[in-house]
Design a binder for this molecule. Sequence first.
Ligand SMILES: *Cc1c(COP(=O)(O)O)cnc(C)c1O
Length: 389
Amino acid sequence: MMSIEKAERLKTLPPYLFKELDRQKEEVRKKGMDIIDLGVGDPDLPTPAHIIEALKRASSDPANHRYPSYTGMENFKSAAAHWYRRRFNVDLDPKREVVTLIGSKEGIAHIPLAFINPEDVALVPSPAYPVYNIGVRFAGGKPYAMNLVKTNDFLPDLNAVPEEIAKKAKLMFINYPNNPTSAVASEDFFRRVVDFAAAFKIIVCHDAAYSEMAFDGYRPMSFLQVKGAKEVGIEFHSLSKTYNMTGWRIGFAVGHAEVINALGQIKSNIDSGAFQAVQIAGIAALEGDQSFIEKMNREYEARRDILVNGLLELGLSVSKPRATFYVWIGIPRNYTSAEFASRLLAKAGVVATPGNGFGEAGEGYIRMALTVNRERMQEAVERLRSIGI
Ligand SMILES: *Cc1c(COP(=O)(O)O)cnc(C)c1O
């Protein structure tokens, strides 16, 4: 057998912190224990029927069986621009300021290849969706962690970024409503980001995957609603969480025309675009009846209330999220995140994600997702009570 040597970029990946938890999950499952999995951020509800019907029709059309346009169908990009206009009152040129993505993860992972040279710095939040950090490393860059802490409402403290780092930084990732902390951003924060980025010539990449998942009447804003934002950056959107389409792999990025163009250039050399039938289904999602989103948010809201009220009764440090389907829970001081998650799993069969899996600054927290029905959520709370946390 030939010996196989992996590239440094794989060898130097941060350790996969969920491996031990995966092993324990398997062990608990083998014992026949019923597991309530609050670990995964994947909607449990199905894609709405009118979107599925659109795919069925489009998939039978031979015109859609050929290579799609690399940067997206005109009609899909127009639908994204119209949706932006309706939802955020932001104008976009679909030809120059929109690119179709094979899920937003694809665009997030690829954007550093367009702007990062070896040793270049990118500002990434910690804790965070791991793709920002990894995408920067794969491009040879150096991620600089901006810690998200409770005392700053889980927003990065831009003044804490050393000037020599800010001067070197090419890219900055931010994500609101936020995974994993469920924090939301104010207009004032976005304004400060625009000023900071303009001053240091940093391209802002705002991940807005959860812009539609919000509660109690709260409507998250787009980064591009802030004056000057389109001059400094782009925004990533995903149909995954909004329309329960994680498996379909469809998203888009919008904003600064040259940044969008450069991302498209990378993509045209790596992939060949998203299946047109999926883009047509995406148009049905963006232009069809949106009332289902509100219904779905009510469901998440009800689950959130069951979980958060239960956790507060148990004395855990948690606040009610205004957006996203995550609950970010401060754990008792005598445990690490991993120990606490292991204990919940072994004793109660409840899976939560240790916060340090999202970056060092996530230590001291676990994340639970609102992706099981109310009954199961109630059952999870009962079990946590019975083990006496
Ligand atoms: C789920 C998620 C995404 C969406 O990824 P897709 O590739 O569009 O499915 C992007 N960013 C964050 C922070 C997420 O949690």
